[in-house]
Design a protein. Structure first.
Length: 219
């Protein structure tokens, strides 16, 4: 989204799911400066979410959302003042009867936030926390080979193999992610429907429409 969610028409629904990179990229030359400016912007963004008609918002951070990594305690305190929004960082919640789990990590990408070594032990441990019987898994990055390429900028197969392995085991009904703008779309593979919900294209223009899913809670 990169700070541009308020500029698009959002379809009606019960729960709004935001798969990271929610705030503007300030590029102040240092991550801590970006984090401080994003932290000031976070209150306004959450106020915007409060005014939307959704009953709840499920939110994770992305690789541009420095404030959630470097100023995480402060960011979570701000979110806590807005009870409509549920922030998920390696954790789950039942929202409107639907089982969600969210995580911001991805294989190392340009030295930005929430990066871990590709195919490394830390990533494996992060994905091992994903539980079974999920309705909706939300990660910032895609699994390997699934809507994880942007051919227009020569960016190919940036997804995570370890995440793909875990998804094959836990079989969430839906797996929602973003990160790779040119991979926008949706695809069903086996028991899971995968959705790359990147709002912005590679020029950071918010021209890729929000997507809608209908989830009946598991019995």
């Amino acid at each position: 989204m990169h700070g541009k969610l308020s500029s698009v028409k959002i379809p009606e629904g019960d729960v709004l799911v935001l798969a990271g990179d929610v705030l503007r990229n300030f590029y102040m030359g240092a991550p801590d400066k970006d984090a401080s400016r994003q932290l000031r912007a976070l209150e306004g963004f959450l106020g915007f979410l409060d005014r939307t008609p959704f009953r709840k918002v499920a939110l994770i951070a992305g690789n541009h959302d420095w404030c959630f990594e470097l100023r995480g305690e402060d960011a979570r305190k701000i979110v806590a003042m807005h009870p409509k929004t549920v922030y998920l960082e390696d954790g789950g919640a039942i929202i409107e009867g639907v089982r969600f789990y969210g995580s911001p990590w991805q294989p190392e990408f340009c030295g930005w936030a929430f990066n871990l070594t590709r195919d490394g032990e830390a990533l494996g441990k992060a994905w091992a926390k994903i539980p079974e019987r999920l309705d909706v898994l939300v990660t910032h990055g895609p699994p390997f080979g699934i809507m994880d390429s942007s051919p227009s900028v020569d960016c190919h197969e940036q997804g995570d193999r370890l995440l793909l392995e875990r998804v094959k085991i836990v079989k969430p009904r839906y797996h929602v992610f973003g990160h790779i703008h040119g991979g926008y779309g949706r695809r069903r593979i086996g028991e899971t429907e995968f959705l790359n919900v990147a709002l912005c294209d590679e020029r950071y223009e918010p021209v890729q429409p929000p997507q809608v899913i209908e989830v009946d809670p598991r019995q």
